[in-house]
Write a protein that binds this ligand. Structure first.
Ligand code: ADP
Ligand code: MG
Length: 288
């Protein structure tokens, strides 16, 4: 008899570009009861485009803030960084070199640019260190927001817009139809998380989630008896991909995500995730 893994992988991988790293986890994918979906780059395209550049007060121009932000972001491969660098390029800005940098997982980036301490960080960082931020419209918009800090002071913010992948809605629909619970889990803010999960008709969402909290969330669900899959593409998703019963890395993504996952879906198509599970169920039924 053909082992299950071969039967499934032949049919699915031919079409979808599927790499199996852990055969047992792969075979168990038919048992999944809950899927945690990373938002950025998984359900969305990760095609972040800068929407607004806003400075607080007259102390700094938008161009100058963008220039310094781009200086530190050139060290990051995050979608946010790519969006900010693209904007800087469009504005004809020469991006200054950074002397050092430090990645703040799930929170942002800090570094030295022209002798100044520059940070580009999300709301999670601002909250954690109770940093003073003037009241601002970004806190109501449905966009990803990052604050720019110079020497510990917030000087303004940049908002970015992403797009939901056209295939995501159908993927969620199919999963729901088959009784598989689906939750959005993201380090992004509440408004973006809610908007994406509602647009896709998902069962729920969790926002402002740090990388280690993604792992905790998977554990919590497992403790309640759920058989959990986690899908993601980023370094930040790696701990949760390892914790989940089935870790699915999508897309070209990052090497770290791919090295941690049980299954890699080479094309970043969320429909492949649904296909994988349903095909596993169907094949297993035929074989017993
Ligand atoms: P997701 O869970 O949606 O994949 P991440 O965990 O990658 O999101 O990022 C969570 C948050 O951390 C972002 O929304 C942003 O606020 C902040 N962040 C991450 N990387 C960067 C970066 N390079 N520059 C600025 N902020 C960042
Ligand atoms: Mg991600």
């Amino acid at each position: 008899a053909i082992p299950l893994v071969v039967a499934i992988s032949t049919a699915v991988s031919a079409k979808n570009g599927l790499l199996i790293r852990n055969r047992t986890a792969f075979e168990n994918s038919r048992n999944i009861t809950t899927i945690l979906f990373d938002k950025t780059g998984t359900l969305t395209q990760g095609s972040h485009a800068v929407a607004q550049v806003v400075t607080f007060g007259e102390g700094i121009s938008k161009q100058e803030m963008l220039r310094l932000a781009a200086g530190v972001e050139q060290n990051s491969e995050h979608y946010i960084a790519l969006g900010i660098l693209k904007k800087a390029k469009e504005e004809g800005i020469t991006v200054p070199p950074s002397q050092s940098f430090n990645y703040l997982p799930g929170k942002g980036l800090e570094g030295q640019v022209e002798g100044k301490d520059i940070k580009v960080v999300g709301p999670t960082y601002i909250k954690e260190y109770t940093i003073a931020v003037p009241a601002n419209a970004a806190e109501e918009g449905v966009e990803t927001v990052v604050y720019v800090m110079i020497e510990g002071q917030v000087v303004g913010y940049i908002t970015l817009r992403d797009q939901i992948r056209p295939e995501s809605a159908e993927a969620i629909r199919v999963l729901k139809e088959n009784g598989i619970k689906n939750l959005l889990i993201t380090g992004d803010n509440e408004r973006v998380a809610k908007s994406v999960s509602q647009a896709l008709g998902m069962d729920g969402y969790m926002a402002n989630v740090l990388p280690h909290e993604k792992l905790e969330k998977a554990k919590e669900l497992q403790a309640k008896g759920e058989f959990v899959a986690m899908t993601g593409d980023g370094v930040n998703d790696a701990p949760a991909l390892a914790q989940a019963d089935v870790g699915i890395a999508v897309g070209s993504g990052t090497d770290v995500a791919a090295e941690t996952a049980d299954i890699i879906l080479v094309n970043s198509n969320p429909q492949d995730i649904a296909s994988l599970i349903l095909f596993g169920k169907a094949t297993y039924r035929k074989m017993i």
